[in-house]
Structure formats: structure tokens, C-alpha cells
Design a protein around this ligand. Sequence first.
Ligand SMILES: C[S@@+](CC[C@H](N)C(=O)[O-])C[C@H]1O[C@@H](n2cnc3c(N)ncnc32)[C@H](O)[C@@H]1O
Length: 199
Amino acid sequence: MRNVASSRLNALWERLASRYDHLLRPLHWQEVQLASAEGISGCVLDAGCGTAQLCLSLLERGLDAYGCDLSPAMLKAGRRKLAAFGHDPAHLVQADIVHLPYADGAFAYALAAGVLCTLPQHLQAPALIELLRVSLRGVRLLEPLDVGLRRPLAWRMSECAAGMRPIPETQLRKLGIPYRLGWSAFAGAISYIQLFKPS
Ligand SMILES: C[S@@+](CC[C@H](N)C(=O)[O-])C[C@H]1O[C@@H](n2cnc3c(N)ncnc32)[C@H](O)[C@@H]1O
């Protein structure tokens, strides 16, 4: 059962879709996302792909990139973008990150940026497990990670206003997922995390 905060967030993506890329441009988000995909190759899933900026960048670099998202408006913007660059818009599908419609190991890598933090906390673990299930080599995350530091005020305000939640680092340990924290900024508010398949 989704809570009120998450429906408010889902409605937000519908409203923001047409302005999303424009709003994120000053943050150089596209570059940050691309950096998170450095060194990966083959078939890649961007789960919670939004307007598919990362999918497009990866396709343009010759990767076989796919995306899924819950928001019809974000997907519409993404499909239009892929089509405008000559890529198949069918690479983007509507799907819930907690129930991905793909076989085990269907992708070499799964990526997620700014998605898990929008889920109710009890769905973060199932989503992490789902991302690992569909990836053969591992998962790359760009998400806020709660490493136990005092969080900046702006971040705490966004949690209250929009229901965004950082992933507790303890959650990764509890699930027994091997991971490496690549880098993080603003006391973990943006963290690059690599997850590896448990052996
Ligand atoms: C902050 S945006 C991030 C979009 C993109 N990953 C980026 O970095 O620009 C969050 C996205 O997650 C999507 N989303 C939220 N809950 C989802 C879910 N349960 N399954 C799939 N996508 C979801 C939203 O529709 C939205 O497009």
C-alpha cells in the first residue's frame, strides 16, 4: 500500500515532466549520471529513468540501454526524446521498480538515480533486491544515503515536504548486499554506490 507522501510524489513527476530537464540543467545532473555509468557496457537498465536523459546518453555511446518508470508523463517526454535522436522509443516501458517485468540477469547492469529515495522506506529493500535480480554484474545507484551524519536543513525539509527518504546504509548491511560507496556530497545527500551480486 503506497502512502500519501508517495502519491504526492508521483503526482509531482506528472506535473514536472515537461520542465524536468530544464530544472535539472543547472545541477549538471546529466554529467553526474553519466559519471555513475562509467566503465559499464552491454545491455543496461535505467530503472526510474524519468525523461530518459541517461538512456539517451548511453544509447548515443553505443550501449543497449533500456528504461522503465511509473510516470506516464515522464515516459512520454523520454520516448519523444529517444525518437528525436533516432532511437526506438519502445526501449522505455512503464513499470514499477519493485516488480520489474524482466527475467533474472536480463541486463548486464541496472542503474537507479533519485528513485529509491522517492519510495516508502519499506519498499526500498524490495526494490534493491529487484535491481540485483535483473542485473548480471551489479547495480549502480545515485541516491541519498543515510550514513548517520546530521543531514543539511534543505535535505531534511525536502524529506518533510515531499516524502523523500535516504537509504539507510544499515539497510544495505542488513540485506547482506556487498557494496562500495564511491563518493558522496552534502553529507550523503547525493551518493554514488555500487552494489555487487552476493556470491
Ligand atoms: C527524481 S526522478 C529521477 C529520474 C531520473 N532517474 C533522473 O535521475 O533524472 C524520480 C523518478 O522515479 C520515478 N518513480 C517513482 N517511483 C517509481 C517506481 N515505483 N517505479 C518506477 N519509477 C518510479 C518517477 O516517476 C520519476 O520519474
